[in-house]
Design a protein around this ligand. Structure first.
Ligand SMILES: O=C(O)CCC(=O)C(=O)O
Length: 253
């Protein structure tokens, strides 16, 4: 599976493109079952990094099972065979090669859970201002494990705004978000998606997800990739990034 010329044009114009049916129903089923094993059935999580919903963490909200309070799981691609298969999936990597070129590394992978009625919002932000990588031209595939709807927290984006460069970000209630003086909420476009789809988006595309106000889960994994020619601009040594395809280059990630 590759992006059509039209899809590639849409990606460059709007900063994102949605592709459906990236994996088979069996692969999708395997991923959701595996995730449930980690969150609710005691599968060891020592190779993963888990973040709890802030209101649950602070004791302001109680949940029936600890798994119902999870907000984020990092490291599944490195730590789990099924999610590693997803991160290297030919249908995802073929599209990334069209966007990023033949030499690719993974910057991060984060599974974002929005548990029923517990999952909170993620404020409007661009990814690159969070990340010490230049040039600011990474690409994430936001892969849905459940249907993402208007009610449970599908993606809202500002189409074409990746072309404006990095926007000023400020802290609002512990969330690092675009200064609201720099955009209008009304310009946001929401993209409901079926489970098993991917929203490929540029690391400068402003995006937002609402709280989950339904009784069912909204789970998605953000798989973020960069050209292996990118440069690390953070402090200290460059971390060892997960290789996806192609060559590595001296002085680069
Ligand atoms: O999945 C979500 O709710 C938010 C994802 C997101 O903002 C990101 O991956 O940068």
């Amino acid at each position: 599976m590759r992006l059509t010329d039209k899809q590639l044009e849409v990606y460059h114009q709007d900063g994102f493109v949605v592709v459906e049916d990236l994996v088979t129903p069996e692969e999708l089923d395997g991923l959701t079952h595996r995730l449930r094993e980690y969150t609710h059935e005691g599968r060891p999580t020592d190779r993963l990094k888990i973040q709890i919903e802030p209101r649950v963490q602070r004791g302001e909200m109680t949940v029936a099972h600890p798994g119902d309070g999870i907000r984020k799981i990092d490291g599944l691609v490195q730590g789990d065979d099924l999610f590693q298969h997803l991160g290297l999936h030919e249908n995802i990597v073929a599209s990334l090669e069209q966007i990023l070129g033949p030499d690719i590394k993974m910057f991060r992978n984060s599974l974002l859970c929005k548990p029923p009625e517990v999952g909170s919002q993620k404020g409007m932000h661009q990814d690159s201002p969070y990340w010490p990588i230049e040039p600011m031209e990474l690409c994430s595939c936001w892969f849905t494990l459940d249907d993402a709807t208007m009610e449970n927290g599908c993606m809202g984006v500002l189409p074409g705004w990746h072309r404006k460069g990095a926007l000023p970000h400020i802290y609002v209630m512990d969330d690092y978000v675009i200064d609201p003086a720099h955009y209008r909420q009304d310009d946001m476009v929401f993209r409901p998606m079926k489970a098993g789809s991917g929203l490929f988006f540029h690391s400068l595309l402003p995006h937002y997800t609402a709280p989950n106000r339904t009784g069912t889960w909204r789970r998605a994994i953000a798989l973020s990739y960069m050209s292996a020619r990118s440069r690390y601009t953070g402090q200290g040594d460059c971390p060892v990034y997960f290789p996806i395809k192609g060559r590595t280059f001296p002085g680069c990630v």
